[in-house]
Design a protein around this ligand. Sequence first.
Ligand code: AMP
Length: 360
Amino acid sequence: MRQNAAIEPGGTIGILGGGQLGRMTALAAARLGYRCHVFCPERDSPAGLVTPFATIADYGDRAALQRFAASVDVITFEFENVPADTAEFLAGLKPVRPGPDALRVAQDRLKEKDFLRSIDIPTTRYQEVTSADALIRAVRDIGPQCVLKTVRMGYDGKGQVMIRPDTDLADAWRKVGGAVAILEGFVDFTCEVSVIVARGANGAWATYVPVENQHVHHILDTTIAPARVAPEIAMRAEAIARHVADQLNLVGLLAVEMFVTAGGDVLVNEIAPRPHNSGHWTIDACATSQFEQLVRAICGLPLGSPERHADAVMKNLIGADIAKWRDALGDPAARLHLYGKDKARPGRKMGHVTRLLPRR
Ligand code: AMP
């Protein structure tokens, strides 16, 4: 198959990962006439429940990966902790979009910050930390208010310790597991925003309006679309997201999370080369959802309009919040999305509700 030939409806998309992002990608793909084949280690995953084509195997199972690759036309991933070696192996067999390079950058907080710095994107101050002594030195350099994070496998606040002047640094070092870590200066932000950009193989892009994200216990709770920031800040945030996507030569979706400060700085916190929780509102409020945009980008179809026909507030249903699903049914402005997960553990994203509002 030629690298740039479009994969037309009827083709099969392989998705690494079985979570809700894969589920909503598979649903968007189905609407456009594609099949999806989900590869993940878990049985009855949210994505696996919406398609008959699923492989349940470890990401290191080469024979299973080979069979998976043979059954699909293009491969994408729905979470960035898929081992980069797995993506690399698959890339030798079928197009993987976004490619393994974007994955390697996004799954390592140090590589990510170094990359951003190399392309002149502002971030908070940071330093690599490899020992308890190095942590003491780094806190001296960066300041008494900072955040210590594991370099790998951290998400939703996992592997993070807030450091204040009275924090016991030896204890903080133990809490992040004593592996390689990154110390970041604490950003006293006025709000957190994110921008999702879709980029096609031909370099065309479609950018969603910046949205405002409110976290509770480090987990996204609410997204307000659009973000309540000055037009100049919104334009800068969009330009940053496009620049990062271009520099990664990314084909697919990129979400860029940023802090906005009182002084008007826009600092990138992290990037994710996949659909993002802060883009779920696009399903109900935009001409083309982030999930459809991903399908279009990786299949070589023209991108759709990211224009919104309504403003929106998206609220995650986390853990026991799932019990509120009935409330959404009687509200004509609410769109309910449930992920088919059976156990409502604390911190687990079970679904979300998007409420549509007249466009400002
Ligand atoms: P992360 O896992 O890096 O996305 O962090 C989760 C949340 O922790 C962010 O959305 C922020 O609310 C907070 N956070 C992370 N890093 C910093 C920082 N350097 N300064 C202030 N807050 C932070």
